[in-house]
Design a protein around this ligand. Structure first.
Ligand SMILES: Nc1ncnc2c1ncn2[C@@H]1O[C@H](COP(=O)(O)OP(=O)(O)OP(=O)(O)O)[C@@H](O)[C@H]1O
Ligand SMILES: [Mg+2]
Length: 363
């Protein structure tokens, strides 16, 4: 069976590549598909999130340098149908190792072409920036998904990522398809909506209908080392990841149909959610309970990633300024109310002074 290989890639850091990879993978498995996650990030976040300790002896690094075969590196997870080619901390040294090897940009596609992974889908979690590992992912994938978070820096990430994909499409992998752009960590404010609209108007149908909302449950889940779809299957983020997975499968079915191929059906949404709840119950004892302090640290870290090193006060001030720039009418109304307020105060002041003067008998 040749799996459909999808890379989750954006050169920008902290915009939910790992969260998208692990939740897409676990939802595909819950929909009854067999899935392998390849963790190409030396931080090992998706490895940890799927319950595997990145201090294990062998990982994707050993596979790349030919030190171990796929079946020795492959790890099973607590979720039926989902396995991982994990990252180990040694992966950080891969650039140097690969630079000594020939055809290093195609190392992963060589490995995947010669291995029967016996699964329906391979999901590759890429590290941020365009190094040898993401190039390997894009060279071996059928499709790429770009997660984007609608902050004022979102365009930067996209503008750097789209040309990299084009570079690979023109050389290393002519069949690579941009399957879609997914909005992640979506804040519900006007600025976010405007950036979303701008990107949607530029990229049209490439952008998925589903959007993943910002939801602190995702951070709690990450600190408990579980994908949010297992940690809290009914949370807003989990439901959005399920919607996205359905859309992802539908797009894959359409792509396969164009090539005259068929994709086997999936389980119903109810059955899928039932499986997620079963995994939640099975994992409950193993999951590290998230502490408030850890969740707060992670939330602050995320805010810093998304909005730079601005303090809460500065962000609040910026939000107010943005609000008035975007709502000129409200600004006029606000200034009018302020003016009336000032006139009333001055009037009251004069009246007060007049009464005081007459009370002390000077008037
Ligand atoms: N929908 C969401 N709501 C709230 N927090 C989220 C959401 N998605 C992801 N996060 C949090 O944002 C942070 C960054 O997410 P993640 O690690 O998935 O990004 P990444 O793009 O893989 O980062 P890196 O580039 O460092 O690999 C994590 O703390 C994660 O828990
Ligand atoms: Mg990551």
């Amino acid at each position: 069976m040749r799996p459909y290989i999808v890379a989750i890639f954006n050169q920008k850091g902290g915009i939910s590549k790992t969260t998208t990879s692990t939740n897409l993978a676990v939802c595909l498995a819950a929909f009854g598909k067999s899935v392998v996650v390849i963790d190409l990030d030396s931080q090992g976040d998706s490895t940890k999130s799927l319950g595997i300790d990145p201090k294990i002896k062998q990982g994707i690094f050993d596979l790349f340098i030919g030190n171990a075969p796929v079946d020795e590196v492959m790890q099973s997870t607590g979720f039926d149908g989902l396995r991982v080619l994990p990252s180990t901390y040694s992966l950080a040294g891969i650039e140097i190792k690969l630079s000594e090897m020939q055809n290093s940009q195609r190392t992963l596609s060589g490995i995947l072409a010669h291995t029967d992974l016996d699964c329906d889908y391979v999901v590759i979690d890429c590290p941020p920036a365009l190094g040898i590992l993401p190039i390997n992912a894009l060279a071996s994938a059928h499709a790429v998904i770009i997660p984007v978070t609608a902050t004022p820096y979102a365009n930067d990430g996209l503008l750097r990522t789209l040309p990299s994909i084009k570079y690979v499409q023109e050389g290393l992998n002519k069949n690579l398809l941009l399957q879609g752009v997914l909005f992640t960590i979506n804040d519900r404010n006007k600025t976010t909506r405007k950036i979303n609209e701008l990107i949607r108007s530029r990229l049209g149908g490439t952008v998925y209908r589903s959007e993943i909302p910002r939801d602190n449950t995702v951070i709690e889940a990450a600190t408990a080392r579980l994908p949010v779809c297992v940690y809290a299957p009914k949370s807003a983020a989990a439901q959005a990841h399920l919607d996205f997975t359905e859309e992802f499968i539908d797009r894959h079915v359409a792509i396969a149909a164009k090539a005259g191929k068929e994709v086997l059906g999936r389980l119903s949404r109810d059955k899928t959610v039932e499986r997620l709840f079963r995994w939640q119950a099975e994992m409950a004892s193993a999951a590290a309970p998230p502490t408030d302090e850890r969740v707060r640290q992670k939330t602050d870290q995320l805010d810093r990633m998304l909005y730079g090193n601005r303090s809460r006060m500065e962000r609040w001030h910026l939000a107010v300024v943005h609000f008035f720039i975007e709502n000129r009418l409200s600004l006029v109304a606000f200034l009018l109310v302020m003016l009336i307020g000032v006139i009333a105060l001055v009037g009251a002041g004069f009246e007060g002074a007049r009464r005081l003067v007459s009370a002390v008998g000077l008037g």
